[in-house]
Ligand binder design. Structure first.
Ligand code: FMN
Length: 225
């Protein structure tokens, strides 16, 4: 078979393999090397205007996992059994507003733009955030924008994991305010610069999933020619 066809087959196999794993085999741990690979796909993920408005907190501490379990109804089977459990944080308006110190430093230090160019870039971002997408309506619209970016990293991590035979489960089933409070108490939210976006558990499945169900392609795709 042609190389490209083999790769396509492998990728689709990974998409079929990936399912929302409810319970992991607690005895089977992901190797450090494999987990680094998964994290690397998060790091390399794209984000709007490239500001990487996220942080990935890997929670291996069983006590903290137990506390999370009390307020995360959607992770009852995953929290005690996952090999690795990640809370994905997204940056708040303090960092994502066009003229924030975070964006200034990001443009200068990460992207390597000359400092004198930055005010021009800020102007462009101001129009984008204020007029084009109405992101600056309130703190929530800004946070949701950052949170949306973090879901791209979430998806990439899960797909990459599936490609090397690692199971996962995305988790939105939690009380946001309670998780926020818990992580704030743990000092993980950088004094209001970060907030909770979504969670994801990784490991090896304890049982086989039910067959995958999806709508047909023609129900979700429309071609205009
Ligand atoms: C953003 C997001 C949040 C989710 N939250 C939970 C959750 O809290 N607990 C859970 O068991 N499954 C959760 N799921 C899994 C979905 O229910 C699952 O992906 C969907 O039913 C399709 O099934 P499949 O992923 O096994 O193909 C979530 C999925 C997504 C994308």
């Amino acid at each position: 078979m042609e190389k490209k066809e083999m790769i396509k087959e492998q990728i689709l196999e990974a998409f079929q393999f990936r399912h929302a794993t409810k319970k992991f085999d607690p005895e089977k741990k992901i190797s450090q090397d494999d987990f680094q690979f998964i994290l690397e796909t998060a790091r390399l993920s794209p984000s709007s205007i490239g500001i990487e408005p996220w942080k990935f907190v890997v929670i291996q501490n069983q006590q903290l996992r137990n506390k999370l379990k009390e307020v995360a109804w959607g992770a009852q089977g995953q929290l005690p059994t996952a090999s690795h459990f990640v809370v994905i944080l997204a940056r708040t308006i303090l960092d994502t507003k066009y003229n924030s110190e975070y964006i200034f430093n990001h443009l200068k230090d990460v992207k390597g733009f000359p400092e004198e160019l930055i005010p021009k870039i800020h102007e462009r971002y101001k129009v984008f955030q204020e007029d084009d997408l109405h992101l600056l309506d309130n703190e929530r619209t800004m946070f949701d924008w950052a949170s949306k970016q973090s879901y791209i990293a979430l998806a990439n991590m899960m797909t990459a994991a599936a490609q090397i035979g690692i199971d996962s489960c995305p988790i939105e089933g939690f009380n946001h305010d309670a998780v926020h409070k818990l992580l704030e108490e743990e000092g993980l939210l950088e004094e209001g610069h970060l907030d909770v976006s979504v969670m994801v558990a990784f490991g090896y499945r304890a049982e086989e999933p039910r067959p995958k169900t999806r709508k047909e392609l023609n129900q979700v795709v429309e071609w205009i020619e």
